[in-house]
Design a binder for this molecule. Structure first.
Ligand SMILES: N[C@@H](CCC(=O)N[C@@H](CS)C(=O)NCC(=O)O)C(=O)O
Length: 221
């Protein structure tokens, strides 16, 4: 593992944000000293010129590593793993790397949108405004995505193979909220076992398994 730089790593983004949690989890895995700055959500600040100079899209997370800035949560994960991580986290071999990349990309484009539709439609919408039909459709869609995960995890302990890697982080960031937001959701056995493996990781417990009560019924960012 490369030595940590002298310059402080800063992660900009509120701790309750799903995409920020992925990065905080990895920083914890890497045991990299860093400073977290609470911006976004109730803390605001995303439309400040100084923030937009770092990320023109006005979104969190943003990583500042000395003079360098990286935005987009998965780009940040790949950057941190390639710069500071062991090879198993993000293997240099092209095929092994593609195993990791495919699960990261699938999580971003399939699982996360399904999970967010459910989380926003149910948890972040005040009860009187909820659409039961919308919530049920999202719950079924999400359950289908978890079945895909379960089929993969029936053959291997981690998504990209025998070892924990970046491939696990985006998908596993859904687990705590999915199973605790108060909905009756199926618990596929291999996903459950994988969730238990994640819970054995201190950084997962610290950054992902944290209260999100502040988001209940909060339709605004
Ligand atoms: N694709 C981007 C999405 C970034 C994004 O939409 N972040 C949300 C938080 S999860 C955000 O900035 N929300 C505005 C806010 O929190 O105020 C990424 O993965 O970094």
């Amino acid at each position: 593992m490369a030595a940590a730089p002298e310059a402080v790593i800063r992660i900009l983004g509120r701790r309750s944000a799903f995409n920020v949690q992925k990065v905080l989890w990895l920083l914890g895995e890497l045991e990299l000293a860093h400073e977290q700055v609470e911006v976004g959500g109730a803390a605001g600040g995303l439309d400040e010129p100084s923030f937009l100079a770092l990320n023109p899209h006005g979104r969190i997370p943003v990583l500042c590593d000395g003079p360098d800035t990286v935005w987009e949560s998965h780009a940040i994960l790949r950057y941190l793993a390639a710069r500071y991580g062991e090879e198993a986290l993000y293997p240099p071999d092209p095929l092994a790397r593609s195993q990791v990349d495919r699960w990261m990309d699938w999580a971003h484009t399939a699982l996360q949108p399904a999970f967010m539709a459910l989380f926003w439609g149910y948890y972040r919408t005040p009860e009187p405004q909820r659409s039961p039909r919308h919530v049920e459709a999202a719950r079924r869609d999400c359950a289908r995505q978890f079945e895909q995960l379960d089929a993969q995890l029936a053959t291997r302990p981690y998504l990209a193979g025998p070892a924990f890697s970046l491939g696990d982080i985006p998908a596993a960031t859904t687990l705590y909220r999915y199973f605790t937001m108060g909905l009756d959701v199926p618990e596929p056995p291999h996903v459950r076992a994988w969730y238990e493996r994640m819970q054995a990781r201190p950084a997962f417990r610290e950054h992902v398994m944290r209260s999100y009560e502040e988001l209940r019924g909060r339709v605004a960012h």
